[in-house]
Design a protein around this ligand. Structure first.
Ligand SMILES: *Cc1c(COP(=O)(O)O)cnc(C)c1O
Length: 454
């Protein structure tokens, strides 16, 4: 196998276009080319080890190259790699659906598969839209989303996205949801004021427009790509109650938060909320293969269940819906999570992680440290007193993560927020080493005299 760094780097440059990447910047740097993984570390083609500090974009659960997960795939491979769910079934997709319903908030009873977070969201939106029409209720055509929401990159998911940098350019192509603020206590006057503002805005909107709103989509408890912003306890519950009172569906986007990431199997459980529709993806296969699912309450499924002539069918599907290899490894992932008591373990390690991160608050440019479970963000500010942000083109987050990589930790920033989303199986010792690297990197980059100053 070809693993000569220089040769691969040349071909990478010649043939690849990377996601969420300005290729002009990327090509100016020596590329990192991963050859293999083991536990919570990835190794490049030169044999150098790095902590996978962002779980290969928020996916990884048990670490890399896990014998039980590898074995689940090879065992299934000996049976069949793929067979469709269009009008027929396959063994692992049935067994996984049973397990998903078992672990999901009670009341989510049917599973519709796809293969990534954006499509799971896309499906949720289309289901919510068609649900009202199938029930003969006209005019419920719009959606509510939240400031700085991220739900994926397909057109529907982009429409309910609200991060200007990613979404503005496509505006003329998209449908326009109502947007209410996600509570952001650090910048909105503390928890109480932030939550009140969100709830007041929602109530007013529902009061005037609920007759034309199909559903609200929410990143429950942690708004991920928007900057690891944490919704205070009780807020999601209030949102859910309000939506129910106004007959608007709740779609929970658990793509980032699902499967133990926040210290509960699903983040909705923190507030004992059962959404009408729930989209899951990232952690479902332990970070091994692309599988996603949209879970619904029976009432949603029922609205599509009708005589053929009524044309209430959900006309949606993908080539790889219910892929047996993916479902087999997802089953093994869930089994391993259960055997190891991983979710309870995450809740415990979350406290340790908070303790490890706490000293960073002393640094002159650390504005706020936020974490829920093993999902953490460190917001860097130019001025701690005024909370003045670094300018976008200071690239402060990018520079911290570049330095962290040199020191042996991989992660990606969200603007000025440094992300730490380690594999759930990381030990406290490993978490300590990861935090140490981040701490040094933040210190060295932010205390350089020249930072962002002309
Ligand atoms: C990552 C993410 C998505 C999109 O998932 P993909 O698998 O990348 O399409 C959607 N919603 C949230 C909250 C996410 O974090």
């Amino acid at each position: 196998m070809l693993n000569n760094h220089d040769e691969l780097a040349a071909k990478n440059k010649q043939f690849l276009w990377h996601p969420f990447t300005q290729m002009k910047d990327y090509l100016a740097e020596d590329p990192l080319i991963i050859a293999r993984g083991e536990g919570v570390k990835l190794y490049d083609v030169n044999g150098r080890a790095y902590y996978d500090g962002f779980s290969s974009v928020w996916l990884n659960v048990h670490g890399h190259n896990v014998p039980q997960l590898n074995e689940a795939i090879t065992r299934q491979l000996g049976q069949v790699a793929h067979s469709t769910l269009l009008g027929m079934a396959n063994v692992p997709s049935i067994l996984l659906a049973e397990q998903l319903v078992r672990i999901a908030p009670t009341g989510l009873t049917k599973v519709f598969y796809s293969d990534n977070g954006a499509t799971a969201v896309e499906i949720a939106l289309k289901m919510a839209f068609q649900y009202w029409q199938n029930r003969g209720i006209a005019g419920k055509h719009s959606f509510i989303t939240m400031n700085n929401a991220y739900h994926g990159d397909t057109i529907g998911a982009t429409s309910v996205g609200a991060i200007p940098l990613y979404h503005q350019v496509y505006k003329p192509l998209l449908f326009s949801p109502h947007i209410i603020p996600y509570p952001y206590p650090y910048r909105d006057g503390g928890e109480k004021a932030a939550v009140e503002n969100t709830l007041e805005r929602l109530e007013k909107l529902l009061d005037q427009h609920s007759h034309e709103i199909a559903a609200m989509i929410v990143e429950p408890v942690v708004q991920g790509a928007g900057g690891m912003i944490i919704m205070p306890d009780g807020c999601l519950k209030k949102i859910a109650e309000m939506l129910q009172a106004y007959d608007v569906l709740l779609i929970a986007d658990e793509v980032a938060t699902g499967f133990g990431r926040t210290g509960k199997m699903f983040a909705c459980e923190h507030d004992e909320v059962v959404p009408d529709i729930m989209a899951v993806a990232k952690g479902i296969t332990g970070g091994y293969l692309p599988v996603a699912a949209t879970l619904v309450k029976e009432k949603i499924y029922d609205a599509f269940y009708a005589d053929y002539e009524e044309q209430k069918t959900f006309f949606h599907g993908h080539s790889f819906t219910g892929n047996p290899l993916g479902c087999a490894v997802a089953l093994a992932n869930l089994r391993l999570m259960e055997e190891r008591g991983l979710v309870a373990d995450v809740a415990e390690k979350a406290e340790a992680l908070e303790g490890l991160l706490a000293p960073l608050a002393e640094q002159p440019h650390v504005g706020e440290i936020r974490s829920k479970g093993l999902m953490a963000g460190i917001e860097l500010v130019r001025d701690k007193q005024t909370k003045e942000s670094y300018a976008w083109n200071d690239r402060i987050g990018v520079r911290v993560c570049q330095l962290a990589r040199e020191k042996g930790l991989l992660t990606r920033p969200l603007g000025n927020v440094i992300v730490l989303i380690p594999p759930l199986a990381s030990t406290i010792e490993e978490l300590g080493e990861m935090v140490q690297i981040l701490s040094e990197s933040i210190w060295e980059v932010t205390t350089q005299k020249a930072v962002g100053r002309p």
